[in-house]
Design a protein around this ligand. Structure first.
Ligand code: PLP
Length: 358
């Protein structure tokens, strides 16, 4: 029986990972994937950091651990304490996991417009989920403000404040950035990704700029409806949001403190339309076998575009594969949903077969 499982001589084994300590130890050290068919098709060398392989399923596991560790190191939380955050997405999932693994209670405030699936998942992970009316940031009842106030009202609690707590960017400066530099052996020309809090772009971007002595260009990719492209390309004017996007977890109406730590040192920014992101999402599945969420697909479109913009001799670009499609599949692979977003025609004929849901 076992003999049948023995590896024939010369056959390669799967790569092995080192022994790690618990959930926290399993965060990070994700592979850097060379996107072979997309690279061959475009003539550039495009690499994706496989953040969907983190144990909580997304790039935000790193931020969650960084925020909690920072509070521990600064003595802001003691064993048995409570971690509070306002989030509707991956950060909440990361925090819920990290809290279970480190013995904290986790309280998540979110707008009551979020899907039951998201609420159920966080509850299954042991979080105390508090849906509150969806009101703008300026309103004191906004979910972020409620999270802060609740944390202030109880003992031994922290509000992790993912948008403006730069422990978020620091987590990427200390882990994701060095991993990418090492995995690419410093042989890269550009780094680009979209931003929600800005933690990933700021932390990774700053590390790569420093390590390469400014050789690696760092760019921001934006979904429609976000103000950041216009802010960066106009040299600092915040304009009204126009439009919206199918992508989740990215796009911003303001410069967060995490983003502020790099925004003036970016080489540029541009917006990627949803039509291109959805086509890339299906293409990544078809040609690379990667089942990814829409922010990852947007990032790959942007990486190809950045290589094109940088011109000859600068073709190696790294981006982030933020999470898998699993959390969004009922929409992304539904014919009805694609039609409702006006995206059915964005898919080339040979990729339509993947839209298997009605
Ligand atoms: C799916 C997804 N992609 C990208 C991001 C952006 O990451 P960051 O907050 O580090 O800018 C997020 C953030 O929540 C996300 O959930």
């Amino acid at each position: 029986m076992i003999a049948a499982l023995r590896r024939p001589q010369g056959m390669k084994s799967f790569s092995s990972h080192s022994l790690v300590q618990g959930f926290s130890g399993a965060i990070g050290n994700t592979p850097l994937i060379y996107l072979k068919t997309i690279s061959e098709k475009t003539g550039f060398k495009i690499f994706g950091k496989a953040e969907f392989q983190n144990p909580g399923g997304s790039v935000k596991d790193r931020a969650a651990l960084g925020l909690v560790r920072d509070a521990e190191e600064r003595g802001l939380i003691r064993p048995g304490g409570t971690v509070v955050e306002g989030t509707a997405g991956n950060t909440g999932i990361g925090l819920a996991h990290v809290c279970r693994a480190r013995g904290y209670k986790c309280v998540i405030y979110m707008p009551d417009t979020q899907s039951q699936e998201k609420i159920d998942l966080l509850r299954m992970l042991g979080a105390d989920v508090r849906p509150v009316p969806a009101v703008p940031f300026e309103n004191p009842r906004n979910y972020n403000h409620q999270a802060r106030e609740f944390a202030e009202s109880i003992n031994n609690a922290i509000w992790t404040n993912q948008f403006d707590n730069i422990a978020n960017a620091k987590a990427h400066y200390l882990s994701t950035g060095p991993e990418i530099w090492e995995q690419s052996q410093g042989q890269m020309d550009g780094f680009i990704c979209s931003t929600g809090t800005g933690g990933t772009l700021a932390g990774v971007g700053r590390y790569l700029q420093e390590k390469s002595g400014g050789k690696v260009q760092v760019w921001l990719a934006d979904p429609p409806g976000s103000v950041l492209t216009s802010y960066i390309t106009s040299g600092g004017t915040l304009v009204e949001r126009t439009g919206s996007s199918i992508t989740e977890g990215i796009g911003q109406g303001r410069v967060t403190d995490n983003l502020a730590s790099i925004v003036n040192d970016l080489s540029g920014a541009f917006t990627v339309p949803d039509s291109k992101s959805i086509a890339m999402l299906y293409e990544l599945l078809d040609t690379e076998g990667l089942y990814l969420g829409a922010s990852s697909a947007l990032n790959v479109v942007a990486a190809v575009e950045l290589a094109r913009r940088m011109g000859p001799g600068r073709s190696k670009v790294v981006t982030i594969l933020c999470d898998g499609a699993y959390r969004y599949q009922s929409r992304l692979f539904s014919k009805k949903w694609l039609a409702s977003k006006g995206l059915s025609q964005s898919l080339p004929d040979h990729l339509r077969k993947y839209a298997v849901l009605d």
